[in-house]
Design a protein around this ligand. Structure first.
Ligand code: FE2
Length: 252
């Protein structure tokens, strides 16, 4: 999908898995260095905003959030942040105030409404979204005059054909889809958690899973299998008329 008229350029950074210890190993990779190498590409792409789709930290340490927040400051754009199962929302919100910390976050930009939903459940790798949050999401969409909606969450609401992570997806995703099916303004759902580039559609809505900025798995594998292509992030161009163009950005 593509658009000649771009109204919003979003860069989605996901699953950075930073630790308090800069030298910590994550699946044989250094989270700090791999993120650092993506930053010049991210900056060069000139996004209008950043979307962090969770597991920003591996150990939920204050130091890890401080470092990534400081690093992203050089892009000088708004940062919207979602917690993942590794994150501590209370700690994370201190560094990323724009997130679904007291219910879903609504961020309006021209004809687009971005809704961020917290899909984490304390103590669980899998995700879920409460009935109350779904009610709040309905209200936000209903009250907004935006013509197009993008939904962001950490956990995948559909199978991504990778058993190692599909066993930890969003539980009760049918409840979410039942609500989403009530609007004809939803154009795209984006998530993290799956550590590979995933694309599909459902009832005309684009479904996108993001790669990780530290380590990715080859798609369709039973176990996590390190993708030699390395870390990456997703770019999105949301068109004024509802189109969604997207692709993957890797370090140069
Ligand atoms: Fe995750």
């Amino acid at each position: 999908m593509s658009s000649r008229t771009t109204s919003l350029k979003i860069l989605q950074l996901s699953d950075a898995h930073l630790s308090a210890d800069c030298a910590a190993d994550y699946r044989g990779q250094n989270a700090e260095q791999n993120l650092e190498r993506l930053i010049p590409r991210a900056k060069g792409w000139k996004p209008d905003c950043l979307l962090l789709t969770g597991d920003i930290s591996e150990d939920a340490s204050p130091a890890s959030y401080q470092r990534i927040a400081a690093r992203l400051k050089c892009l000088s754009v708004p940062v919207l942040a979602l917690p993942g199962n590794h994150d501590d929302p209370d700690e994370m919100r201190k560094h990323f105030p724009q997130g679904p910390w007291r219910g879903p976050l609504a961020y309006e930009a021209g004809p687009w409404l971005l809704i961020l939903m917290d899909s984490t459940t304390r103590g669980s790798i899998s995700g879920s979204i409460s009935q109350q949050a779904l009610d709040q999401m309905d209200l936000l969409v209903e009250r907004s005059s935006a013509k197009h909606v993008l939904l962001g969450l950490h956990h995948q609401p559909v199978s991504v054909n990778a058993p190692w992570i599909d066993r930890y997806g969003l539980r009760d995703s049918e409840r979410l889809f039942e609500r989403l099916d009530r609007t004809d303004r939803l154009r795209c759902i984006v998530w993290g958690h799956v550590h590979h580039d995933f694309q599909s559609t459902r009832k005309g809505v684009l479904l996108l899973g993001a790669p990780s900025t530290v380590a990715n798995s080859l798609p369709g594998t039973e176990r996590f299998s390190l993708d030699p292509a390395g870390p990456a992030c997703r770019w999105l161009k949301l068109g004024a008329h509802g189109s969604v163009a997207t692709g993957i950005l890797r370090r140069s």
